[in-house]
Design a protein. Structure first.
Length: 362
């Protein structure tokens, strides 16, 4: 992919055409518009390099003559044709050995943008009620992602009707001089054929990807916890030039519950217990995430004591095995509204006169 293809313009484009193409692509691929999108940032750097080269007349003339690099295709070799004393080469007044052979011994490099690039990951959020997190749900989210361009299938260029290559004027080779030494090399734009067979894809601006909205189904496992991340494979941005698509990562936010508090796979619950139930023992009904259950309160239960119901907690997202329901007892004193109740409490105090504050040392 050359600079003309990157900007999506013809080789005979005017400087005004170059500026218009740059502004159009900058509005689409600028890093400020695509925060965190590494693929867009890489493509924007290519756009800037193409613009800075093609907008400058001297740099553009040199690029059209020599290309971005010597080599690229295996058959793009430089050949020495001999000497030409009839004219001086355009813009080449070489006085040293290194200047004369600077193009000949330039190290070949890969074409810009030719390697496959993986797509960037996308990130989103999903809010669930506490009950939904316990059972698991299936939600459909609408995301905006880059997908492979259907016109060029991600190549960034499409085949066109054969015509004369504008870089080499149909000759299949480029000829230039250093001092009075004349060199030629295969035209990299047409591969030495002299024909232009490909042109930049206008549908995607040579990016190989297009942006569109897409519906994605996200399934949350039963027992998913707050701030858990769910990965949806290959639903991020499409890769470029055959690169693997990125992934979609969904961060789950679980709304707090009025009664239950999550502690790993266990569920904590504070349960009010009457004094006589704690003193004598009782079997009481308590709520759980999976429905009501009976809890045995042993005689002599103290306030703050914790009782456990096995298998009544949250299911594990890993293996589905449920945790426990941990019940914290909170004693509730009766309201003494009549003299009979007060007298009974006084009698209870006389019978059970133990000093409950003896450990305080006062």
């Amino acid at each position: 992919m050359d600079f003309y293809l990157i900007l999506g313009i013809e080789r005979r484009a005017t400087p005004a055409d170059v500026k218009r193409a740059y502004r159009r692509l900058a509005r689409k691929f600028h890093p400020d518009i695509n925060p965190g999108d590494q693929a867009a940032e890489t493509h924007f750097r290519q756009i800037v390099a193409a613009y800075e080269t093609l907008i400058d007349p001297d740099r553009r003339r040199q690029y059209d003559t020599y290309g971005l690099e010597v080599g690229g295709p295996a058959d793009a070799r430089i050949e020495f044709e001999g000497f030409d004393f009839s004219r001086a080469a355009e813009g080449t007044r070489a006085s040293t050995f290194s200047e004369i052979f600077s193009d000949v011994f330039r190290q070949p490099g890969g074409r810009p943008g030719s390697a496959a690039e993986p797509g960037a990951d996308l990130h989103g959020t999903l809010t669930l009620a506490f009950e939904e997190a316990m059972t698991g749900v299936e939600r459909t989210l609408t995301i905006t992602r880059q997908t492979t361009c259907p016109e060029c299938h991600g190549a960034g260029e499409v085949r066109t009707a054969e015509g004369r290559c504008l870089t080499c004027q149909g000759e299949g080779a480029l000829r230039w001089a250093r001092g009075h030494m004349v060199f030629t090399r295969t035209c990299t734009a047409c591969g030495g054929t002299g024909l232009q067979q490909m042109q930049g894809c206008r549908a995607c601006g040579t990016a190989g990807v297009t942006t569109r909205a897409e519906s994605v189904t996200v399934r949350t496992p039963a027992g998913v916890s707050d701030l858990a991340r769910i990965r949806v494979p290959e639903k991020g941005h499409a890769g470029r030039r055959g690169g693997r698509p990125g992934d979609l990562y969904i961060t789950v936010h679980v709304q707090p519950h009025a009664l239950f508090e999550r502690d790993g796979d266990d569920i904590r619950l504070v349960v009010p217990v009457a004094v006589h139930e704690a003193a004598l023992g009782a079997k009481i009904q308590v709520p759980t995430p999976s429905g009501a259950a009976r809890l045995r309160v042993p005689p002599g239960t103290q306030s703050g004591q914790r009782l456990r119901l096995r298998g009544r907690g949250a299911p594990s997202p890993r293996d589905g095995k449920p945790g426990d329901l941990v019940v914290e007892v909170r004693l509730v004193l009766p309201r003494l509204i009549d003299e009979r109740s007060k007298e009974l409490m006084r009698e209870f105090g006389r019978i059970n006169g133990e000093n409950v504050r003896k450990d305080l040392g006062v």
